[in-house]
Design a protein around this ligand. Sequence first.
Ligand SMILES: [Zn+2]
Length: 361
Amino acid sequence: MRQILLLLLLMFSAIPLRAAVEIAPRGKNPVLLQDVYQQKGVPYIAIEDVLDAVGLSGHWNSIKHTFSIRTRRGWAEISPASSFLKLAGNYYPLREKPRFIDGRLRVTDHFILNQLFLLVGQPIYFRNLDPDSDTPVAEEKNTLEQLFAFLLNKKTKSSGPLVRAVAIDAGHGGLDPGVIAASGFKEKELNLQVARKLAKQLKMKLGVTIYPSRDGDYELSLEQRLEPALKEDVDLWLLIHAQASLSPEPRGVNLFVRSEGVANSLATEQETNKSVDSPSLKLANQLALSLREAGIQVNGIYPSPLLYLGRGSLPTVQIELGYLSNEEELLQLQDDRYQNQLVQALFQGIRSYAKQLKGER
Ligand SMILES: [Zn+2]
């Protein structure tokens, strides 16, 4: 009997105690939030719940590794990798970095009390109903940092085809729509359409194996998104995205490569004959060249300091196909013929890149 009692006691003490908070724009009825994790008196509340309670919305960008919040002053951004809230070009310090706990990105009371009013444009009412209860949080076994620190050190092959397999990542999917155009058209759809077309071209005309990260409208975990790029025979990794701007004018393609060792060689972007160190940059140069030859505007090749491109030597280019915020380009991007044109140019760029490699061998 005593043992049973002990067991019961142990069981009860193992049940996580959930804290709860109330939140609302000042003067409105507070919303009760109960999915709250509390550590040392600091409540961690899912950013989506917080935004909901104050009438804002936002979305997680699993590629950029940031959470974007739509506000009257433009897009605001937070990230588990950053101690700042970015809003309209300004950085506001956060006492605690946002954290993923139990699968949701969470902010603390400090964010709610000190920064949220900037986003909402009015004072915020907030009350922690249970400031003393702590929630035991299991250590997250894979921090995002670790996930993205994967190394892709490709050995130079002395024989055989130079491009054996291509990993193609159609950005976003499922509950993560990516950028949404004013018309409701979602980036995730465009990404998938273009990724499928490009895969088909590469398979048919170059006979290479394609590893898509997704082939439908569903969400991917970070592991799932990275998996294709980690395959042994993958020699290229392409990430397909589109973007949006707060202004309706910007248009055209932007190409991103991982920033390590790229900054210096970016100056040579136009001079494709000159040998540059980064294989990603070589690939990006060929893509830019063939896109421009096809009459498609390319704004440039940019280094991306973000972790999501991984590290190492696997030639990797993130292709931002265009701006869903530009009315004219939005129509083009939804047009089958324009998509084919884009895909044809990307295919040509990949072929030129393979030829260039062959010449260097
Ligand atoms: Zn995207």
